[in-house]
Design a protein around this ligand. Structure first.
Ligand code: AMP
Length: 214
């Protein structure tokens, strides 16, 4: 199955993508994760992207489109994928249409996670990530058993640089202006399925599974 997970930052795309990946063995492609890895390793891509990411702005379309094009050519995605955090602008969506057509890949659904701003801010400001395995936590909704350490691998958790309140507000603004128009874009293509992302993550996951299986 070929899916796009759409939604504001903090809407739960990454968390749900990881659960879908585990249950259905569909690999997740997160442009945010790819870019953060590039920044960590100080690659030329990372150097270009870092400044935009730290300010909560989008990395230029040409850069992320290139990443997706390269990634989808990899045969490990021939049995399906979840695009998490891509596309985020109309030009990215149009380029994706072209890339998919070129590779003869059909897009099945776009899952739109809808959520109110108040919850988003708590989700983002409370988010913590394991340095080692990438497991996600939230100090308000889903805290680790031992404060600041991963339940799975015992390593320390960290807070993303862009999860501070000022950058969060900027990212939400960017979402409203640049990404939200994609809802209509995919509605017009009859690909959109909207999920209420305000609920607890287990409940959201069961709704998602219901949809994917029926
Ligand atoms: P995320 O982890 O999806 O919230 O992405 C973190 C940051 O990476 C975003 O705030 C952007 O700066 C950058 N980024 C991730 N995906 C994209 C994309 N599709 N287009 C532009 N920038 C992106």
């Amino acid at each position: 199955m070929n899916l796009i997970f759409l939604g504001a930052p903090g809407a739960g795309k990454g968390t749900q993508a990881k659960r879908v990946m585990e249950k259905y063995k569909i690999p997740q492609v997160s442009t945010g994760d790819i870019l953060r890895e590039a920044v960590k390793n100080n690659t030329p891509l990372g150097q270009k992207a870092q400044e935009f990411m730290n300010k909560g702005l989008l990395v230029p379309d040409g850069i992320v489109i290139g990443i997706i094009e390269e990634t989808l050519k990899d045969t490990s995605f021939s049995k399906g994928f979840i695009l998490d955090g891509f596309p985020r602008t109309i030009p990215q969506a149009e380029s994706l249409d072209k890339v998919l057509a070129k590779l003869s890949i059909n897009l099945d659904y776009v899952i739109n996670f809808q959520i109110v701003e108040e919850v988003l801010i708590k989700r983002l400001s409370g988010r913590r990530v394991c340095r080692e395995c990438g497991q996600l936590y939230n100090i308000y909704f889903n805290p680790p058993i031992k404060e600041n350490y991963c339940n799975q691998c015992g390593q320390e958790l960290y807070q993303r640089k862009d999860d501070n309140i000022e950058t969060i507000r900027e990212r939400l603004k960017v979402y409203d202006v640049q990404t939200a128009p994609l809802i209509e874009y995919y509605e017009n293509k009859r690909k959109l399925f909207t999920i209420d992302g305000n609920n607890e993550q287990g409940y959201i996951f069961s709704q998602l599974c219901n949809f994917l299986e029926n």
